[in-house]
Design a protein. Structure first.
Length: 361
């Protein structure tokens, strides 16, 4: 029977795996990482709080998509909390941690990142269902949306707790990974492959959405006297979709690949030298999400600006604005059951805000 090492501190596991990360997180490198991390966390807290407040405050956002968007912001906010906890428990402190505290540190990160990823997948599926049925908004009830949100967090918490529940190497240190000294290599392979598969599914979903909208736009444009703005609608959708996909590829793929290589016990891959930067890159996605998913929606941006400037809502000024809020014009379209082709024929009025819900949900 193998001996278990629950009572050991983390220096035992770091020394055994010859992980030099804890020693390198000192001096200028540690200060630089902490400065960048502090800036990212502050931005994550402020920007995602604004997104959540905007959805709560503006009744025009009381639709399933925006509820899921607010939940995504909550997941990113939680990622900021997880990273703050990491900053106070990294560097030389890592070796002094108990096993349980180290599990908590990594569990918070795994939970937050999984919550963001699963939430993005649910948003993609929701958009796919709506557009394929030629509806502006989905028919999800508040109860179903609430169930989805609870399910997202249940999955995220479970994934974050799996190593603590037993899938670790505390009783078989021969299978310990290098990046996560008390994680089993098999778990790293499972977690990284699972997330890469979810990412691939989301890419496929968005490609289908874009191809469908482009095909419908081309068919309708041959029967209408399309304006320049109308003809540019597919291009705008492509840009927003590619922004989402590009951000996710840049922020997530490197870290997942590094974890996969570590799980496969690649000793010559130099993963120790890059892991901290890929962690920052993954967390950068929580910084980018409020920009990508909120700023491109005129009504969301206007609501956030009003809250930032602490100014009261001026409805008459909104009606005189040259940038017509997409959600105002498209809400009646959704309620009356009109098809998405109506939104395309109207040009870019519904194309930017509701047709794809910023095209990058």
């Amino acid at each position: 029977m193998n001996e278990c090492y629950y009572d050991k501190r983390m220096d035992f596991f770091y020394n055994r795996t010859k992980a030099d990360t804890a020693d390198e997180w000192t001096g200028p490198q540690l200060i630089g990482v902490l400065c960048f991390g502090t800036f990212f966390c502050l931005f994550i807290f402020i920007s995602n709080s604004l997104v959540i407040a905007a959805v709560v405050k503006n009744r025009r956002f009381h639709f399933p998509f925006y509820y899921l968007l607010a939940n995504l912001a909550a997941a990113d906010f939680f990622a900021g909390i997880a990273y703050v906890f990491l900053m106070f428990n990294t560097g030389p402190v890592s070796k002094t941690l108990t096993v349980n505290r180290w599990f908590l540190r990594q569990g918070l990160l795994d939970t937050s990142l999984t919550a963001s990823l699963v939430n993005l997948l649910v948003i993609a599926v929701e958009r796919h269902m709506s557009i394929m049925r030629m509806k502006i908004h989905s028919n999800l009830t508040k109860k179903r949306v609430t169930f989805l949100i609870i399910s997202i967090w249940a999955i995220a918490i479970f994934m974050g707790a799996v190593p603590t529940l037993g899938w670790n190497c505390l009783c078989d240190i021969t299978v310990c990974s290098s990046l996560a000294p008390i994680y089993s290599r098999s778990y790293l392979v499972f977690w990284s492959v699972l997330n890469l598969v979810v990412f691939f599914i989301m890419v496929v979903v968005y490609i289908r959405i874009y191809m469908y909208v482009q095909r419908k736009t081309n068919v309708l444009s041959s029967h209408t006297s399309g304006s320049i703005s109308r003809r540019r609608t597919p291009v705008k959708l492509m840009k927003t979709v590619m922004t989402v996909l590009g951000a996710f590829v840049v922020c997530w793929t490197p870290g997942l690949v590094v974890l996969l290589l570590d799980g496969l016990n690649c000793t010559d891959c130099g993963i120790q030298n890059v892991k901290r930067w890929f962690l920052l890159l993954a967390l950068l996605n929580s910084v980018m999400n409020p920009i990508i998913y909120s700023y491109k929606d005129d009504e969301m941006w206007a609501t956030m600006k009003r809250m930032i400037c602490c100014s009261s809502e001026d409805k008459s000024q909104e009606r005189r604005s040259s940038r017509i809020p997409s959600t105002v014009l498209c809400r009646s379209t959704d309620i009356s059951g009109h098809y998405i082709e109506d939104g395309i024929i109207q040009g870019t009025i519904c194309g930017k805000g509701d047709l794809g819900d910023k095209g990058n949900s």
